[in-house]
Design a protein around this ligand. Structure first.
Ligand code: B12
Ligand code: SF4
Ligand code: SF4
Length: 313
C-alpha cells in the first residue's frame, strides 16, 4: 500500500466514515467571493470571529507553514430511528438537533485525529508537521472537503455525500506531508428545492446565500440576548439547533446510521422537557450536560430558548 492508502485505511479503522485528500492551495476565486460576499452582506450576523483570519480560513498554507496537503475526514452522526414516543408524555417538549444528542464532538474527534497524526508520524519516515482542525479552527471546512471529493455543497449549504447524506461532522489534518490529492465529485442538487421550502425562517435565500441572522441554529446556539420579535414565533419548539433543512434532504432519507460505538449517543436528549429546563439550577445543568454541546451555550441561554419554545407551543 502507498502512504496515502495506509493513512486512509488507518482513518477508517479509527472510526471515521470517510477520508480523502486535497492539496493545501487556497480556495478558488468563486468560493472566496462567495465567502467575502457573505461577510459584506451582513449574513454572518454577530459571529465576528468569522471576519477574523480570512487569509487562514481560505488558505490552509497560512494556517501551517509549508503545508502541502489537507487530509479531510468525516464522522457520520445519523442517529438510529426513534421509537414511538410514549402516549402519556404530555409535558411540553423542545427539540434538540441530532448532532447535539451525542457527546460534544470536538474533544471526541480531536482525540481520533491525534491518534491518526501519531500513526502518520510513525510511518512517514521524515519529520512531519500537522495542524488538526475540528469546527473551531479558522478553515473553510466544507469547501475544502468538497474539493477533496467527500461530497458536494447542497442548496442547504451542507456538505452532502451521496451515500452518507449530510449528517457528517467534518475534520481536517493540514500537513507538511505531500500526498496525492483526490478529485471532487460531480453530483449536485439538480432541480430539487426541498430544503428551501422546509426552512421555517427564509435563512436559505432564493439567491443561494445563507442569512445567519434568520437561522434558528444561529439564534438558539450562537446568539446572545433576546430574540428579535419577528423571528421568535418561527423558532417553534427548536430548543437547541435546527435540522429542518437537513432532514428535508432526500440524500438523508436512507443514510446509514452512525456506526462508531465509541461516540456516545443519548437517545433521551432528542426532546427535552421544557419546564424541567426552566427549573434547573446551575449544578443540575453542569451535572446533566457535562459532556454535551449544551455546556457551551450555558444555562441562561438554554432557559431563554426553553421559554421561547413554551411561548410558541
Ligand atoms: C459558522 C458556522 C455555522 C453558522 C453559519 C452556517 C453557515 N451556513 O455558514 C450557524 C451557527 C448558523 C451554523 C449552523 C449549522 N451548522 Co455550522 N458551522 C459553522 C462553521 C464554524 C463555519 C461555516 C462557514 O464557513 N460559513 C461561511 C459560509 C459562507 O460558508 P458556506 O455556506 O459553507 O459556503 C462555503 C462553501 O460551502 C462554498 N459555497 C457554498 N455555497 C456556495 C454557492 C456557490 C455558488 C459557490 C461558488 C460556493 C458556495 O463557498 C463558501 C466558501 O467557504 C463550520 C466549521 C468550519 N470551520 O468550517 C460549521 C459547520 C459548517 N457546521 C456544521 C453543522 C453540522 C451545522 C448544523 C447542521 C448544526 C445544527 N443542526 O444546528 C447547522 C446547519 C445550518 C446550515 N444549513 O448551514 C458542520 C457541517 C457539516 C456538513 N456536513 O456540512 C460544520 C462543518 C462543523 C463540522 N466541523 O462538522 N453553523
Ligand atoms: S438550520 Fe433551520 S433555520 Fe437554519 S437554514 Fe436550516 S432550516 Fe433554516
Ligand atoms: S433538499 Fe434538495 S436542494 Fe436541498 S440540499 Fe438536499 S438535494 Fe439539494
Amino acid at each position: 500500500m502507498t502512504l496515502a492508502q495506509d493513512i486512509k485505511h488507518k482513518a477508517l479503522q479509527l472510526g471515521f466514515d470517510l477520508v480523502a485528500i486535497t492539496d493545501a492551495s487556497p480556495l478558488d476565486s468563486e468560493q472566496f467571493e462567495f465567502f467575502t460576499d457573505w461577510l459584506s452582506l451582513g449574513y454572518a450576523a454577530r459571529m465576528d470571529y468569522m471576519r477574523n483570519n480570512l487569509d487562514k480560513r481560505t488558505s490552509p498554507a497560512k494556517l501551517l507553514d509549508s503545508a502541502q496537503s489537507v487530509i479531510c475526514l468525516a464522522l457520520n452522526y445519523t442517529p438510529p430511528p426513534r421509537g414511538e414516543s410514549s402516549p402519556d408524555v404530555t409535558a411540553p417538549m423542545g427539540k434538540v438537533a441530532n448532532y447535539a444528542q451525542y457527546e460534544d464532538y470536538h474533544p471526541f474527534v480531536k482525540k481520533q485525529l491525534r491518534q491518526l497524526t501519531d500513526f502518520i508520524s510513525s510511518i512517514a519516515g521524515v519529520d512531519v508537521e500537522f495542524k488538526i482542525c475540528v469546527d473551531s479552527a479558522p478553515l473553510a471546512e466544507r469547501a475544502l472537503t468538497a474539493r477533496a471529493g467527500l461530497g458536494f455543497i447542497g442548496k442547504n449549504h451542507m456538505l452532502i455525500n451521496p451515500r452518507f447524506g449530510s449528517q457528517l461532522l467534518l475534520a481536517e489534518i493540514v500537513t507538511t506531508l505531500s500526498l496525492p490529492p483526490d478529485k471532487p465529485i460531480e453530483t449536485g442538487c439538480a432541480n430539487c428545492n426541498k430544503c428551501l421550502a422546509a426552512c421555517p425562517t427564509g435563512a436559505l435565500r432564493p439567491d443561494g446565500q445563507f442569512d445567519a441572522n434568520k437561522c434558528i441554529s444561529y439564534l438558539t446556539i450562537e446568539y446572545k440576548g433576546d430574540f428579535p420579535p419577528d423571528l421568535s414565533p418561527k423558532i417553534g419548539n427548536h430548543l437547541f439547533g435546527c435540522d429542518e433543512c437537513v432532514l428535508a434532504c432526500p440524500y438523508n432519507a436512507d443514510a446509514p446510521v452512525c456506526k462508531n460505538k465509541d461516540f456516545r449517543f443519548f437517545p433521551d436528549r432528542a426532546e427535552l422537557n421544557l419546564r424541567r429546563i426552566l427549573d434547573m439550577t446551575e449544578d443540575d445543568f453542569e451535572t446533566e450536560f457535562a459532556d454535551s454541546p449544551f455546556l457551551r451555550l450555558g444555562l441562561e441561554r438554554l432557559k431563554r430558548n426553553a421559554q421561547t419554545c413554551l411561548n410558541n407551543l
